[in-house]
Write a protein that binds this ligand. Sequence first.
Ligand SMILES: Cc1cc2nc3c(=O)[nH]c(=O)nc-3n(C[C@H](O)[C@H](O)[C@H](O)COP(=O)(O)OP(=O)(O)OC[C@H]3O[C@@H](n4cnc5c(N)ncnc54)[C@H](O)[C@@H]3O)c2cc1C
Ligand SMILES: NC(=O)c1ccc[n+]([C@@H]2O[C@H](COP(=O)([O-])OP(=O)(O)OC[C@H]3O[C@@H](n4cnc5c(N)ncnc54)[C@H](O)[C@@H]3O)[C@@H](O)[C@H]2O)c1
Length: 479
Amino acid sequence: MTDTRKTLDVDVAVIGAGSGGLSVASGSAQLGLKVVLFERGEMGGDCLNTGCVPSKALIHTAKHAQAMRENAKFGIAAAEPQIDWQAVKSHIHGVIEQIAPVDSQERFEGLGCTVIREHARFEDEKTLISDSVRVTARRIVIAAGSRALVPPIPGLADAPYLTNETLFEIDALPEHLIILGGGPIGMEMAQAFTRLGSKVSVIEMSKAFGKADPEHADLARRKLISEGVELLEGNKAEKVDHTNGTIRVTASSDQGETVVEGTHLLVALGRTPNLDGLDLEKGNVETNKQGIVTKDNLKSVSNSRVWAVGDIAGCGQFTHLAGWHASIFTQAALMKLPAKANPNPLPAVTYVQPELAQIGMTEAEARDAHGDKVEVAQFAFEENDRAIAERETSGSVKIFTKGGGKLLGASVYGEGAGDIAQIIAYAIANGQKLRSLTSHISPYPTRAEAVKRAASSHFQSTVFGKPMRTAVSILQRIP
Ligand SMILES: Cc1cc2nc3c(=O)[nH]c(=O)nc-3n(C[C@H](O)[C@H](O)[C@H](O)COP(=O)(O)OP(=O)(O)OC[C@H]3O[C@@H](n4cnc5c(N)ncnc54)[C@H](O)[C@@H]3O)c2cc1C
Ligand SMILES: NC(=O)c1ccc[n+]([C@@H]2O[C@H](COP(=O)([O-])OP(=O)(O)OC[C@H]3O[C@@H](n4cnc5c(N)ncnc54)[C@H](O)[C@@H]3O)[C@@H](O)[C@H]2O)c1
């Protein structure tokens, strides 16, 4: 049979139109390069269609529902919210539709990219093929993302389980949602569905919010439990079975076996890279369990034409990291600059309410690296006037430094933590020291004042200590 594929020769070929691939394609096209962008599914990838956007839209709905229950403290009659799940889904899809034009085929064609809505795979080290085209490219960027990891837990594959790809499409609110995994997906969805009226049980083999600051994770954990989430920590999911609409998960812990019965099951046990179907051996692209094996500038270790960005680069799964990767590709591959993918610092925000934000090193990582030199500057929202006015005072800002005020990382737990933490991320990224967080006028009353107050607390003893008091008293003699 004759091969009728159209042949294209381009500067940059991108596999995947998610957060990473779209940023690579738009940057490359705007630099005047010839770009082909392959997407086999929806433009926008996970973040827009099945990840960040629908989850945050759902979380916001749930926040409103919870506010109704808690209204009495503001002098408004509290009420149990009536949830119209179909309307909630319309809200979620409305949000996706509103953002979708930014990621659309039309927009990228407008930027000059050739968009091929097909599955791409390697033919050889410099060629990609899909059903209708054969593309040779100077640079090939793999941005094929990841999907929910479904481990070989006996019975799971045969059970009617949900993942982030199906969760936002369910017909009715779950009566009892069992969630496997207490990471960001599990905990964000646990709080949201509990607030919407589902009974939720989370089965987590270790600790929920396991990557967060332990003190802040504990506050977040208690908050979710107080709202009704059943949290089974230290419980490993070992077996799943289902009959007549009931799903049973058997979990094991040091105390023995527990069986949890529910109506729905969400698998949130981490992610696995979308490596299959790419014929990576033909492209001589080395992989491991995390994804494509790259150098520290994201270039493949085995094929110098190939680069990896986003989840498939195997070094974290965040939309902002995928965007950062795209900028590293642009600098390293296109501008030949010595850019490195190691983000400084990487923010990780879990959008439970209140939010839980981690910037750069955790305290434990800081102590591992710098031992006793690590100091913690902290300020609690209990003493923040805005937090008091809004009656949401849980949490604090914690900033981790080493001798001389070098900023290493921070953890913020509290309302708006993701926004507040950006001030610290900016300071770290620009090589500023702790003192720099005290040198601006912070508007009153804002929660972000807590950053300045935390940083200032570090200098309290210097500013108001005995030597300074003595010096000031002497200076008062000067007329
Ligand atoms: C429920 C959930 C909530 C999340 N919330 C957040 C959040 O709040 N903040 C945050 O920063 N991150 C969040 N994330 C993570 C974030 O969604 C991902 O890190 C991000 O989408 C990764 O972007 P990517 O470009 O690497 O991959 P993706 O967005 O997955 O895009 C990859 C694209 O490649 C396409 N593709 C794959 N193989 C091929 C092929 N062979 N040919 C053609 N096309 C192909 C896929 O169809 C897909 O569209 C969340 C994830 C989930 C699941
Ligand atoms: N707000 C955000 O930025 C956001 C939100 C959602 C997802 N994400 C990204 O998606 C990634 C994946 O999230 P996730 O929550 O699916 O994964 P995760 O890897 O962060 O958490 C999975 C959890 O499952 C537990 N686990 C594993 N096997 C188990 C078993 N057999 N029984 C019980 N527990 C088990 C692990 O201990 C872990 O705590 C995140 O790491 C993050 O990068 C980000």
